[in-house]
Unconditional design. Structure first.
Lengths: 202, 654, 100
């Protein structure tokens, strides 16, 4: 058993632990932290797969930005243990899900075992080391994948705009503040006394 | 010119379109009426001119070339069925063409006066033009299907025009009756058409060339079915007999023969010019035309039946005509009777005589109907002859023209009716040795023609002689737009006999390429006898009602002859209770079946199926609705299930 | 050297765990996290295959996935906050108005 395999097995165990823990944990904050553990493990696996660039991105974007966002929302809304209050209304959802998941797992193993062996470059360490250069990824992004890259940029822009709009809508149609209530009541009263129909001003 | 014969039906059709789509929108009533009349008369007049020119050109061709076909386009082409939309012009179609457009033109002109003041006059003229179009299709169609299109088209126009005053219940009822009775005959024609296609593989009358391909015609190949039989072992029928019998049923419907004649007397509910055009001169003669056109496939068996149908119709309708009070019903039964003469003539194989009588009858019966229309018009919508009398002085033009028509119908020398009717009766007498039934047929027809003279004498006496019995109206002569057509028709009635005088027999020669008949021999003995009989019974009819019993005729009273005849008179007045028979037997059965369909089968069967299907899907979707429970996780589960299944399928394919 | 199939099996296991999380958990935030887990599993498979193929396109794809996932999380969490404001809950079963 090579050293690399040992590291893989340990990391894989940690990743699985993180995944299981995330699902099982009652407290959402704990879930988030288990997911974080999982992300770290996957980052290590990226390193094992000769892609240091993805390792870095995984750590900064996933483990950094996204997880922070999750934790921020959890803490903001205070929904740490929402499921503890009510019973699951969907009878059979749990065991059906488990059965289907197991079937899927069996299918995955079957496919892996049945797959015909193909010529692998995994042993070609020299090539892999050469490919590990982030500059190559950059070159690909701006040549072959230029259009997807642009689209990704647009998606991010849409995401930003979407978030802002959602926030705006929540503000617009949320409950009226006390000042707004008073203003509306005053407006209707004025209209009623002047004999004009109480139409909202455009 | 002969290649332009498609103009003949097209021109009335254009008139129809203008009157149907444009004229009705003119706001001013006078302008509307004038426009409608001018357009309709102009369209038919133009068609008449084209028809005359085409007729003349046809006459200039050598005799064996007098068959001109113009294929406008391929109408139906499916599999082996190829029906061109083609028009044909041959001597037979030619004379019919002149009758339809010529008499039609006069009746159109007359209609301007008769329909003056009617509020739906644009519609009237549109229908009339459409009728002319359809009648021309019927006459000029070069295949049975186009003939059938015209056949149905004239039926439709007949329906529309009988029910023209649809506010009157009797008019709309008569229209429906005419339509339903005609359907029986039409169904038989359809069957005959299918049989002809089955045995001949074509519906064309004559060999037609379409796009360089020759299609045969069944008229010329009629001997292909000679001796061909169909049926179960032990009981077989000649195919020719079956087809021609089916055609005969169609003829009895359209030409008002026994047993389907009951619709024609009721059809008098329509405007009188319509009665003249459709129910006397043209449409009802379509059956005779059909027999003459397809005469090659008629077998001796069928011809015997045709003869008997015609003869019996002639006598039954003639007796019924004696006992009518309505001026138009007399003429209606007279028409049925004369159609019986034509059909009997066709049955005896003298198609020229049938066509000759068709032409002369078309002229003088149109004259009589228009004359009766003039009387009705001049007496302020009076139709009951008991309320008339003495109109000779008030309506001189109408009287004289009517007299000529009546004498012609009665068969008085030298008017047209004498020559054509005599040809039929004389043939039956001279060929009595050929087939056994010709002698009884001769006597029946002779008696019928004597009755014809009698009821015309009666009608003349009742309408024009004596004193006016009802003084609620002031009788006056009709305007010249109505009397001029009468005068023209009267002149034609005098002259039309010349078409086929015994010495010259022009019509026989003219129709020879189509009907291949030799000129009939004139029998002076029969002619003299028949004339004496007609004069005698006509004078008797006139004398009884104008002199002998003139004072016994009262408004709403009984007929003087009723005193001696009693129930027989009642039976004659009811046309031997054919209507009652149908009302007691077929109509109730039909009604109960229709009632069953209307009240049980339709609401419970058809609607039940439709509503049931609707309800089924309503229930099913109610059930399916609960699948959509709103829980995202359920949707995800279903989605996941699908993924698992698809991956499973892919694994098996691995 | 670790066989590619090991990575694939690990990826499959993580993906399955993610599905289970989506189907079983009712807390919308945990559901979201499960989706992220599935995305990561897919990323892992991408990189493993890229190594086997000896090219870099798999890694580029992972880059895209991560980027889009970031946008998705941002929008998704914003939606969640909006829903929470109206419903005072983050239970996905509470948002079941769209039923037939």
């Amino acid at each position: 058993m090579s050293f690399e395999l040992v590291i893989f097995l340990v990391t894989a165990a940690i990743a699985l632990t993180g995944g299981v823990g995330m699902i099982v944990a009652r407290n959402t904050v704990h879930s988030a932290l288990f997911l974080l553990l999982n992300f770290f493990a996957i980052a290590v696996l990226f390193l094992l797969l000769h892609s240091p660039f993805l390792f870095a991105i995984q750590l900064t974007i996933y483990a950094g930005a996204i997880m922070v966002l999750f934790l921020f929302v959890v803490m903001l809304l205070g929904v740490e243990s929402i499921e503890d209050r009510t019973k699951d209304r969907l009878a059979g959802q749990l065991w059906l899900s488990v059965v289907l998941t197991l079937i899927l797992m069996v299918q995955a193993i079957t496919i892996t075992l049945l797959a015909e062996p193909v010529e692998s470059q995994a042993h070609n360490t020299a090539l892999l080391d050469q490919l590990a250069d982030p500059a190559l990824i950059g070159a690909k992004l701006f040549t072959t994948y230029l259009l997807p890259f642009q689209i990704t940029g647009v998606i991010l822009l849409v995401g930003i705009v979407g978030v802002v709009v959602l926030h705006q809508r929540a503000h617009l149609y949320g409950p009226l503040s006390e000042t707004e209530r008073e203003f509306a009541a005053q407006y209707v009263a004025e209209r009623a006394t002047s004999g004009q129909p109480a139409e909202p001003a455009s | 010119m002969l290649d332009l014969i498609w103009l003949i039906p097209l021109l009335p059709f254009i008139g129809f379109l203008i009157n149907a789509l444009y004229t009705g929108r003119i706001a001013d009533a006078h302008a509307r009426e004038r426009t409608a009349g001018y357009v309709a008369v102009g369209a038919v007049g133009a068609a008449f001119i084209v028809a005359v020119l085409a007729f003349v050109q046809l006459g200039q061709l050598p005799e064996e070339a007098r068959l001109h076909q113009v294929v406008l386009w391929t109408w139906i082409a499916t599999g082996s069925l190829n029906v061109p939309f083609g028009l044909l012009l041959d001597p037979l179609a030619g004379v019919m063409l002149l009758l339809v457009t010529g008499v039609g033109l006069l009746i159109h002109i007359y209609s301007i006066g008769y329909m003056h003041g009617d509020k739906r006059v644009a519609r009237y003229f549109a229908y009339l033009n459409l009728f002319i179009t359809m009648m021309l299709f019927l006459v000029m169609g070069n295949n049975l299907l186009l003939l059938f299109l015209g056949w149905e088209g004239v039926g439709l126009c007949s329906f529309l025009l009988i029910g023209y005053w649809y506010e009157k219940r009797s008019a709309s009822g008569a229209a429906v009756k005419a339509f339903v009775v005609n359907r029986i005959g039409d169904a038989a024609i359809l069957l005959a058409m299918m049989a002809i296609f089955f045995y001949f593989g074509t519906l064309n009358f004559f060999t037609t060339t379409v796009n360089g391909i020759e299609y045969p015609g069944f008229i010329e190949e009629a001997n292909r079915i000679v001796g061909v039989t169909v049926g179960i072992p032990g009981q077989t029928f000649l195919v020719g007999t079956l087809i021609s019998l089916l055609l005969l049923i169609g003829v009895t419907g359209k030409s008002a023969q026994l047993p389907l004649f009951v619709w024609l007397p009721d059809a008098m509910a329509g405007p009188t010019p319509v009665s003249a055009l459709i129910h006397a001169a043209t449409m009802v003669t379509a059956g005779v035309y059909l027999i003459a056109r397809t005469h090659t496939i008629f077998t001796p068996t069928t011809l015997a039946i045709v003869t008997w149908v015609g003869a019996l119709t002639a006598i039954i309708a003639a007796t019924a005509a004696i006992a009518q009070w309505d001026i138009k019903r007399v003429l209606a039964y007279s028409t049925v009777s004369q159609l019986g003469f034509m059909v009997a003539a066709a049955g005896m194989g003298i198609y020229v005589a049938a066509i000759f009588h068709l032409l002369t009858h078309g002229v003088f019966k149109a004259l009589l109907f228009l004359g009766s229309g003039s009387v009705i018009h001049g007496t302020h919508e009076t139709q009951d002859m008991r309320r008339m009398g003495g109109l000779r002085e008030h309506m001189p033009t109408t009287f004289w023209t009517y007299l000529i028509g009546a004498l012609s119908l009665a068969g008085i020398v030298p008017l047209a009716g004498f020559w054509s009717k005599d040809e039929i009766i004389a043939h039956a007498w001279k060929h009595q040795g050929d087939v056994g039934y010709l002698l009884p047929v001769f006597f029946i027809l002779l008696f019928a023609s004597a009755l014809t003279a009698f009821y015309m004498g009666r009608q003349l006496a009742l309408v024009f002689w004596g004193k006016q019995r009802d003084h609620h109206y002031h009788a006056h002569e009709s305007p010249s737009v109505m009397t001029i057509p009468l005068i023209i028709l009267a002149g034609l009635t005098v002259l039309a006999g010349g078409l086929n005088l015994p010495g010259s027999h022009w019509l026989t020669d003219w129709l020879h390429p189509v009907l291949h008949e030799e000129a009939a021999q004139f029998s002076i003995g029969v002619a003299v006898f028949a004339t004496l009989l007609a004069v005698g019974s006509g004078y008797l009819g006139w004398w009884l009602y104008a002199v002998k019993f003139a004072n016994k005729i009262t408004v709403d009273g009984k007929d003087p002859l009723y005193h001696w005849t009693g129930d027989i008179w009642d039976s004659m007045a009811a046309a031997w209770y054919f209507d009652a028979l149908y009302n007691r037997t077929i109509v109730p059965a039909y009604r109960s079946v229709a009632g069953f369909f209307a009240t049980v089968f339709d609401p419970q069967g058809i609607d039940g199926i439709v509503n049931g299907v609707g309800r089924l899907f309503g229930r099913a979707s109610n059930g399916a609705r609960t699948l959509q429970n709103g829980f995202v996780r359920t949707y995800a589960l279903a989605f996941f299930l699908g993924v698992v299944v698809i991956i499973g399928y892919l694994i098996t394919a691995l | 050297m670790v066989e590619t199939s090991y990575y694939i099996l690990l990826s499959a296991s993580l993906f399955t765990l993610g599905i289970l999380g989506v189907l079983v958990r009712r807390n919308a935030i945990v559901v979201f996290m499960s989706v992220e887990l599935m995305l990561n599993a897919a990323n892992l498979a991408f990189v493993a295959f890229a190594r086997q193929q000896g090219n870099i396109d798999g890694q580029v794809l992972v880059f895209f996935v991560i980027t889009v996932a970031a946008a998705e999380v941002a929008v998704g969490l914003a939606l969640l906050v909006t829903i929470f404001r109206n419903k005072q809950t983050a239970d996905v079963d509470a948002i079941s108005q769209l039923h037939g």
